[in-house]
Structures are given as C-alpha cells and as structure tokens.
Design a protein around this ligand. Structure first.
Ligand SMILES: Nc1ncnc2c1ncn2[C@@H]1O[C@H](COP(=O)(O)OP(=O)(O)OP(=O)(O)O)[C@@H](O)[C@H]1O
Length: 290
C-alpha cells in the first residue's frame, strides 16, 4: 500500500528490551497515516501491546525513534506524543481514576489547565460522542467492562488526539457490547481520527480496518489491505492465524477469487450468485430461461 501523505506517527524500533531481558519487539518500522484504521493481529506474546505502547511513548525503543506530527519525541516532549496519540488500555481500570465518570473524563483536560466549566462541557460532549452521556454520575469502578471501555475512549477523545490507539478493544465484551465498540471506532474514524488497534478477532479486523499488520515473535512480518492479508495463506500460517469466517466460507463456496473478507461482502456475493442461478435455471413453467 502506498501513502502520499506525511505520517501522523512514525516509529522505528531496532529493539525494545523489557527490564527482565525479554525482547518485546525488534526491527519494527511502523507508521500511522491520516484517515486510516490499522489493525495489528498476531498470537499471544507476538508484540502487539509492546508496539502500541511505543506509539505514545509509554515505552521507548532501546534504539530507534518516534516522530509524532513531524516532531521527534524525546524525554523532554513526551507530553506531545501523549496528547496527539490517545491510548485506551485493555484493562480499563488502570485508566479510570476519578470518583465519577464525568470527573474522570474531565481529568486530562484539567491537567492541561482547562478551566472547570469548559472541561465539564467538553467532557459531556466526549461522553455523548460515544453515547455514554447517561453514565456521567456513575462510579467508574462499578461500570461493566464495555461501559468502562467507552468511558476510557471518551477520556481520550476529549483531548482531541489525531490518533487513537486501542489495545484489544473487544477483550471480554459480549457480542452486543463488541458491536457497540466497533461502531464507536468507526464513528471516531469518520470524525477524522486515525485509529490503531490490536485484536485477536480477525472478523472484527476485517470489518473495521483499512490496513492489517501481522506480528509474530516481536516483529511485523506482513501487512496490506484485509483482502491481501486474509487471503495470504503463507503469512497467516507464519503467524499461526486462521482466516476470518467470511474468507473460510468464500473458499468453501468457490468464491475466493472475489476475496470477500466481511460477512456483508460475502452475503452480497452469495446473493449475486443466487440471482445469477435463478436466471439460468429454467422454472417448471419455463420462466427464468436464458
Ligand atoms: N512488562 C514486561 N516484562 C517482561 N516481558 C514482557 C512485558 N510485557 C510483555 N513482555 C513480553 O514481550 C513479548 C510481547 O508481549 P506483548 O504483550 O507485546 O504481546 P501481545 O501480542 O500484546 O500479546 P497478547 O495478545 O497475549 O496480549 C512477550 O514475550 C511478553 O512476554
């Protein structure tokens, strides 16, 4: 895939070594461009969270560089990376710190010195964006997993980042909540924010992503559009991944040449094939003859 634009985030990481000596990631070059949703996929321990946490300088490479909005990030200007790249953690509890949801969403703004009235108004707007306005007086700790995820997302959106990073946004959510979070991801993308997320759910990746990057053993081993990645058997095998269900059904139905990756694309193809068959198969009264 080629990108004419300047990346919003540009990471080069020769290696990231954790304090116990484990190499979490190595030889990675990863960029985020305006207007895209990128899904990172890979098995447990492949390095997805490690990569994501480098995008807002939560982690820094042993050797390498992070450039955000054209500015190289160092110890002195890490706050710039934190502001431009909002991070929604997998464990929402680590992110929710205040006594009420509204206070929580206001927290970041107040840290940046925004006056209370303005912070309150912007926090309410951010909660509305994720349709969680009704939760503003609740105690964050007692929210359901999906509600926490949405409030965490509001707390990030309120700071108006250019990129939102979500680590395993569907982890632990039921299908209904997963759908809700997937819709919100598409909505913030439609509002002009780039999104990078990690997921084990390849159906979800196929549904929302413009670009999919495959990780294994701390390295990005391939990437491309969902069709390019999910029909690349060798790449999926290397990362020990199974293709999304639409890809498996398309193969069984002999429709792989059209490379559908989502359920909707598959249904539309199957409908086309059905219609074609109906025009070819003569009905007993002779209707439907070619
Ligand atoms: N704090 C840490 N200290 C030591 N090793 C770590 C730490 N965090 C992650 N690792 C190691 O780094 C490697 C990459 O882990 P990472 O969490 O980035 O993978 P992941 O793809 O996000 O995995 P999962 O899908 O299981 O969440 C693994 O070998 C992991 O054990």
């Amino acid at each position: 895939m080629t990108h004419a634009e300047t990346p919003l985030v540009d990471l080069r990481c020769e290696a990231h070594t954790y304090p116990d000596g484990t190499v979490g990631m190595h030889d990675v070059e990863f960029s985020v461009f305006p207007g895209e949703i990128v899904a990172l996929v890979g098995g447990n321990g492949a390095g997805k969270s490690t990569l994501l946490e480098h995008l807002n300088a939560t982690l820094v490479p042993d050797d390498g560089e992070l450039v955000v909005g054209g500015t190289p990030i160092s110890e002195d200007n890490k706050t710039r990376a934190r502001k431009e790249v909002g991070f929604v953690f997998q464990d929402a509890d680590t992110q929710l710190v205040a006594p009420t949801v509204l206070d929580d969403v206001m927290f970041g703004l107040q840290n940046y010195g925004v006056p209370t009235d303005e912070a309150k108004q912007r926090a309410r707007e951010a909660l509305e964006t994720v349709e969680a306005g009704h939760l503003e007086d609740r105690i964050p700790h007692y929210l359901s997993g999906g509600e926490k995820r949405l409030v965490g997302l509001a707390g990030v959106l309120v700071l108006e980042p250019s990129v939102v990073v979500l680590d395993e946004p569907l982890a632990g959510l039921d299908p209904e909540r997963s759908r809700l979070v997937a819709e919100r991801v598409q909505k913030i993308h439609a509002d002009g924010i780039s999104v990078v997320l990690s997921t084990h759910d390849l159906d979800f990746a196929a549904e929302v992503a413009d670009r999919v990057c495959v990780m294994t053993d701390g390295n990005v081993v391939g990437g491309g559009t969902p069709s390019e990645v999910f029909y690349d058997d060798a790449l999926l095998a290397e990362a020990n991944l199974h293709p999304p269900s639409a890809v498996r059904v398309a193969r069984d139905a002999g429709l792989a040449s059209a490379q559908p990756v989502t359920e909707a694309e598959l249904v539309s193809l199957l409908t086309e094939v059905d219609n074609l068959d109906a025009t070819r198969t003569p009905a007993p009264d002779g209707r439907g003859r070619d």
